[in-house]
Design a binder for this molecule. Structure first.
Ligand code: XMP
Length: 512
């Protein structure tokens, strides 16, 4: 396995992605972990990421010394290259030409890093983002490629198998970057690339069995990808020792609650407690229109209901959670300052401490699309695996203002038509999230010869990689017209449809 030491680059996770796509397991740790942890990790190769600091500043981050004495190949990227050169006796200085974005390197000499990809004499496109540059090489190193702003664009110590690149091979804007990373993994480090989802599945099953023993596990199902995959995997490992609890808040989309019950109870035969708590949730939400109060109310009720059901099952020692890798990477932050709460997410946050349960988190090492791949490997239907993210508070935050059963019913119908049209047009997988929002405004319309005075509805569809930033999806007008007509004709209660073209930022994906 490969160890990535993070110096705080925005794109460190992409290094991990590229390595895993090559079928090699890797983990990211902060640069500051110290020698012992590096040795304990026993990596077969180490990658030093980029980072925002300057090697020339006093007190700037350095790689643990153990990295140089493990006897394994090391690849330094950007800041990683600079600290490698500095730590091994070279010199880094502020460059007079800063390079940001697209740049070109001139390949000077052959090198194992780009064997079979680039040849000496060629000029190749890369993506750079640096101000400093290496000014003198440590002993044992040679320069194999140069660029205008970086006379040491690629450096190599073939004997120790230490390589440094000033550019970022992990981003797609470096066209052959993934081939270079593969060369480092396979050619230089002798790794084999057998890490597949089938292997991961088998490993996880063993790990879960070892952790859980004969104990009882409970798992909260939400209908989303993560909790579904976690549940099916744990069931494969410990069978009936797992009980799932599905709290039906009455705030799910059309038909969704039934789908969850059918899939888990009938198809997978997983013991499932289906709690119909719609009356409780909708009752407590009566008269509530503030989005944060909605979230807090739903979060609190969820925990209460879950807690009560878990107590009924009795004797559970473990709580399963679909925590993903991006939530657990120990991040390196140089900015420090407190971040502002835009929305209070994660409604089940308080569960584990409160219930004194040990956590089983079989997806902790995976990225979202790897979870999807594992879901496919486990035979989950595409409709589950490829599902758009759905917020914990559900439709409550898609009915701005006060929620009523009537409004929820109207919204469900509109949302269903919208998603059906998106699926029919083959657009579902190209969109990160799509949904309808029922606006708390009535507008005047005319239908037949009569006047209508009904709700307006907004359609939202965005593209995004991680939900942090997003852009609206550019549907063609014909499509939007078709959806609007269907909603107005088929959904009693809506007489006007709008399309939201706000990006994030400045907007958020949800309306509340
Ligand atoms: P925003 O609206 O903040 O949403 O741009 C970003 C992503 O988070 C989801 N979201 C939530 N998920 N509880 C959740 O579990 C919440 O309270 C919540 N609010 C927003 C949203 O659907 C999008 O994927």
């Amino acid at each position: 396995r490969v160890l990535i030491l993070d110096f705080g680059s925005q794109v460190t996770q992409l290094i991990a992605r590229r390595i895993r796509e090559a079928g090699v397991y890797c983990e990211i740790l902060p640069f500051s972990v110290g020698d012992e942890r590096v040795r304990a990790f026993a990596p077969r190769a180490v990658i030093l990421s980029g980072g925002p600091a300057s090697v020339t500043e006093a007190g700037s981050p350095r790689a643990p010394e153990a990295v140089w004495t493990l006897g394994v190949p090391v690849l330094g990227i950007c800041y990683g290259q600079q600290t490698m050169c500095e730590q091994l006796g070279g010199k880094v200085e502020p460059g007079d030409t800063r390079e940001f974005g697209r740049a070109f390197v001139d390949v000077r000499e052959p090198c194992a890093l780009f064997e079979g990809v680039w040849t000496p004499g060629a000029r190749e496109q890369v993506w750079m983002s640096h101000g400093d540059r290496v000014a003198r090489l440590p002993d044992g190193f040679r320069t194999v490629a140069t660029s205008e702003g970086a006379p040491f664009a690629i450096v190599a110590d073939d004997v120790r198998r230490f390589y440094g690149v000033q550019f970022h091979p992990e981003v797609v804007h470096t066209p052959h970057g993934d081939a270079l990373i593969r060369n480092f993994l396979f050619g230089v480090s002798g790794l084999s690339g057998g890490w597949t989802m089938a292997a991961y599945r088998a490993q996880s099953v063993e790990k879960i069995r070892a952790q859980v023993g004969t104990g009882k596990v409970i798992c909260g199902l939400s209908g989303g990808v993560d909790s579904s995959v976690a549940a099916v995997l744990i069931h494969e490992a410990v069978g009936e020792q797992l009980t799932c609890i599905f709290v039906d808040t009455g705030l799910m989309r059309a038909g969704e609650a039934q789908e969850v019950v059918t899939l888990f109870r009938d198809h997978y035969n997983i013991p499932l407690v289906h709690v119909d708590a719609a009356d409780l949730f909708l009752g407590e939400l009566e008269g509530v229109s503030d989005p944060e109060v909605k979230r807090k109310t739903i979060g609190r009720l969820f925990i209460e209901v879950f807690d009560r059901e878990a107590a009924k099952i009795g004797g559970a020692e473990f709580l399963a959670q679909g925590t993903l890798y991006p939530d657990v990477i120990e991040s390196v932050s140089f900015t420090g300052g407190p971040s502002v709460t835009i929305k209070s997410h994660h409604n089940v946050g308080g569960l584990p401490e409160r219930m004194k349960l040990k956590l089983v988190e079989p997806l902790r090492e995976l990225f979202k699309d790897e979870v999807r791949a594992l879901g496919r490997e486990l035979g989950l239907p595409h409709s589950f695996v490829g599902r758009h993210p759905f917020p914990g508070p559900g439709l409550a935050i898609r009915v701005p203002g006060e929620i009523t059963r009537e409004k929820l019913e109207i919204l469900r119908k509109a949302d269903q038509i919208y998603l059906e049209e998106i699926r029919n047009a083959g657009l579902y997988d190209a969109i990160w999230q799509a949904f309808a929002v029922l606006l708390p405004v009535r507008t005047v319309g005319v239908m037949g010869d009569g006047r209508t005075y009904d709700y307006a509805c907004a359609l939202r569809a965005v593209t995004s990689v991680d939900g942090m930033t997003a852009d609206y999806y550019p549907f063609d007008h014909g499509f939007l017209g078709r959806v609007a007509t269907r909603i107005i004709n088929e959904v009693r209660g809506i007489n006007r449809v709008t399309y939201d073209i706000t990006s994030k930022p400045p907007g958020t994906i949800e309306w509340e």
